[in-house]
Every structure is written in C-alpha cells, then in structure tokens.
Design a protein around this ligand. Structure first.
Ligand code: PLP
Length: 453
C-alpha cells in the first residue's frame, strides 16, 4: 500500500504518485528533481507553463489588497475587469451578444450553472414545460450530478447511472469514426446535426431547454473538431425550435485552439458559453459562464435575480490571476504561437507516426491535438480495451519525463485509445521536438508491453 493519503481518485493504488515540487516554464519538477515536460497542460489547464512571474505577482498583489469579498455584498475590481476583458472579445451575431459573465470555481460548476441559468430563463418567460437537455454521446461536461447527466462518458457515468437526471444523447460529430465513405464532410455534418432536430421533435415542441456540446471534444475522444457546417446547422435548428445552445469551452476555449473562443473559429455564437481550465491556467481555480444579454435581461426583468450561487463566485484573487493570464496571452502574442506551434507539432507527429501500423487518426486545431491508435488501420478496429493501452502510454511517457493525457477506447469500437496533447502556449520548436521524441519512445514501449510480438 502507498503512503499518499490524498489519492483515492487514482486508478493504481499500489503506487505512490511523484510529488510535484516545482515548475520551470513548461516543465514540472518532482521532489527528486526529475523534470517532466508538460505536454498536456495537466488536463489542458496550464497554458502558460508553471512559473509565469507576471501572473504570480498579480495574485500576490491582489492578496495584499483584498483576497476575497462576498459577492452578496460587493463586486470587486478584478471580477469587473475580467468580465470586461472576456465580453469585449466574445463572439456575437445579429441576435446575440454575450455581454454578461458569472464567475465560478471550475468547469463542472460552470456547466451546472449554465444549465440552471437556461432553465430559469424559460421559467421567467412562462415556458415552464421546458425541462429537457439534449447532449451528445462521447462528451464530458463535468462530474457534478447535472453536468455528469448531460455528459456521455460511459465510464464516468456508470456508478451513478441510477441517480443521474434524464437527458438525451445524440450522436457526436466525429468524422473519423462516423462519416460514411460516400459522404462529403459537409453532407455528414448535416446528417449529424439533424439528429438534434429529430430528438427535439421526439421530445415534443416546447419541452427542450438547451442543447449542450463541446465546441471541440476533449477528454472523451481526443480533440475532435466539428465537420464543416455542423454548428451552423445546429444553430439553425436551435433557433427554429427556441432551444438554447450552450457551448462548453472548458477545455477547448481560452486560446487552446489558437483563438480565444473556439466557437469563433467555427463561426457560431452560442446563447451561453462556459470556460474554465485555461482561463486561470492553473494559477487559480476559476471558471466562467458567459450569457447573452437577452438571457440576463429576461431574468433581471422577471424575478430579478438568478436563483443560484456559490460562496466563491467572483473570487477576487482568482479573477486577478485569470486577468493576468489573459493579459500575458495578449501581450506575448501567444495565440499566434499556439497556432504556429500547433501546426509544427501536428506536422511532426504526422511525419513520425503517420506510417505506423497502429496509426488511426491525428486531429485537432492549435495546441489541442488528438492521436488515435488502432489495432487495424483498414477497419479502424480499436485495441482491446482490456489491454489498457492508454494507461500504459501514460505511465511510459511519465517514465520518459513527458506528461500526456491518454484515454481509453470502447469495447464496441465507438472509439479507440487516444492521446490528448495540449501543451502550454509558451512552447518553442525544441519542446515540439522533445514531445514527439519522448512520445515515440513511450508508445513503442507501451505497445511492446501490451501486445508483445
Ligand atoms: N467540460 C469539459 C469539456 C471538460 O473537459 C471538463 C474537465 O475536464 C469539465 C467540463 C469539468 O471541469 P472541472 O474538472 O474543472 O470541473
């Protein structure tokens, strides 16, 4: 048994985890002095690496001024400044402007909040019959009960299934696995999106609150980008039926794909947008829910206030940290670096792995990259999930001094083992080379162990 007392969450209870003791740019250093190149940002969190002085100083300065003041009594300067920063850069169209923000402490809280906000919006309008959420299979929206209920991650749901809220799950938009050979990407996008309309009609006109989706799918499938036109069609369907569109950008947002808001890249504006992870870059725990002015104004003109709240909403120190993170990203032109290094990394990954017998798919945008491994390239048959190839890759990569974020496939072949690669936006070509080199050795060693020749 181990000596760690804090790791009930970890899969292999026989081994202690290394003790993280320091940070140096994109490296995490353990208590034995070993350096790990963080190529996953933890779980796509640490977009500025682990030692950004400007953020650390901003947090210290805020602690000196005022650590926290309850939002039932006050607003605070960092929260208002961060709200200005986020809303002034938010996507908008003729119908929607995301002009108001609600700050929480992480991604699950953000999605839980978004769902309640959407429900209250319809309550204020007298549309109280709206009570269904529609989401997608192969999605993850967080671990609190409502967020887990809309998520489609079978593994994370299994234990809790009997206590989850009812929610519908339509097919994900996942070209590599679901586009038919005789279909163009555009035709496939329409087919995938039209499942939403069918489900709205099945549940009954006027009964659906919102459709929630990750703009780019993260943990469950590994940086799956939408097929061209998918979200435009989704937007049309939502508008046609008065259903709200909630985009979960907890992982894919805040610059991860090379643009502050991922939905901007795909030309769609949601009614509610959630973000977290990269917002505070791990320097502070923080998430945000951006809402259209129309939703905000309807609630204010109705019962007057959102019936919701957490002790730490609008936390002054968390907001000061996140504001500093967002300013560093702009000052240093890191979105551009994210796009450039993303292209370089994807290029090298394809060059190194593209001809391997196990190569399934390489996908993603910016520094949000998924590499899928398969047993058989022609049929796309995944490796047997019992081999736990993804876990072996993670362990082998750690032994190489590399952090990546692998996840498993499914027995029914809906997905294969994949590796999510999401390094910080501060990496350069040397780091790109190191990531590919170490990952190459890690995958070779994991495969040799899992499927000996
Ligand atoms: N939504 C998405 C897309 C995520 O990837 C995650 C976390 O991985 C969450 C929500 C939940 O965020 P948190 O773990 O901060 O509660």
């Amino acid at each position: 048994m181990t000596t760690n007392r804090t790791r009930i969450h970890h899969r292999d209870p026989r081994h202690d985890l290394p003790m993280a003791a320091g940070g140096d740019g994109p490296f995490v250093i353990d208590s034995a002095g070993r350096r790990y190149l963080d190529a996953s940002g933890g779980a796509a969190v640490s977009c500025l690496g682990h030692s950004e002085r400007r953020v650390i100083e901003a947090i210290k300065a805020q602690l000196d001024r005022l650590p926290y003041a309850h939002t039932g009594f006050f607003t605070n300067e960092p929260a208002e400044a961060l709200a200005d920063h986020l809303t002034s850069r938010a996507p908008r169209d003729d119908l929607r402007e995301l002009g108001h923000v609600y700050f929480v402490s992480g991604g699950s809280e953000a999605n839980e909040t978004a769902m309640k906000l959407a429900r209250q919006y319809f309550f204020e309008r007298g549309e109280t019959g709206r009570r269904h959420f529609i989401a997608r299979r192969q999605s993850y929206h967080g671990n609190t009960i409502a967020a887990l209920s809309v998520g489609g991650n079978a593994g994370r749901r299994a234990v809790y299934e009997p206590i989850l809220l009812p929610a519908s799950h339509i097919a994900p938009c996942f070209e590599y696995r679901h586009r038919a050979e005789d279909e163009t990407p555009e035709q496939y996008a329409i087919r995938a999106a039209d499942e939403l309309e069918a489900e709205i009609l099945r549940l009954g006109e006027g009964s659906v609150i919102a459709f929630i989706a990750e703009t780019v799918v993260g943990a469950t499938a590994g940086a799956v980008t939408p097929a061209p036109g998918y979200f435009q069609r989704i937007r049309e369907i939502c508008d046609r039926h008065g259903v709200l569109l909630i985009l979960d950008e907890v992982m894919s947002g805040m610059g991860r794909i090379g643009q502050l808001y991922a939905c901007d890249h795909y030309g769609v504006v949601p009614d509610i947008l959630t973000c977290a992870k990269g917002l505070g870059a791990g320097y502070q725990p923080i998430g945000a829910v951006l809402m259209s002015d129309h939703i905000h104004d309807t609630i204010i003109a109705g019962s007057g206030a959102f019936q919701h709240g957490f002790t730490y909403i609008g936390h002054a120190t968390a907001c000061a940290g996140a504001l500093a993170v967002q300013r560093v990203i702009e000052e240093d032109g890191l979105l551009e670096n994210c796009r450039n290094m993303g292209a370089a990394l994807r290029g090298q990954l394809r060059e190194t792995f593209g001809d391997k017998p196990w190569f399934g798919d390489l996908r993603g945008e910016g520094l949000f990259i998924g590499l899928e491994l398969v047993q058989d390239r022609a049929t796309k048959r995944p490796f047997d999930p019992a081999l736990r190839l993804h876990a072996r890759i993670k362990a082998a990569a750690m032994a190489e001094g590399l952090m990546v974020y692998p996840a498993g496939g499914t027995a029914d072949g809906r997905a294969g083992d994949h590796v999510l690669i999401a390094p910080s936006f501060i990496i350069d070509e040397t780091h790109v080379g190191l990531i590919v080199e170490r990952l190459d050795r890690a995958i070779a060693s994991a495969l040799a162990e899992a499927v000996p020749a």
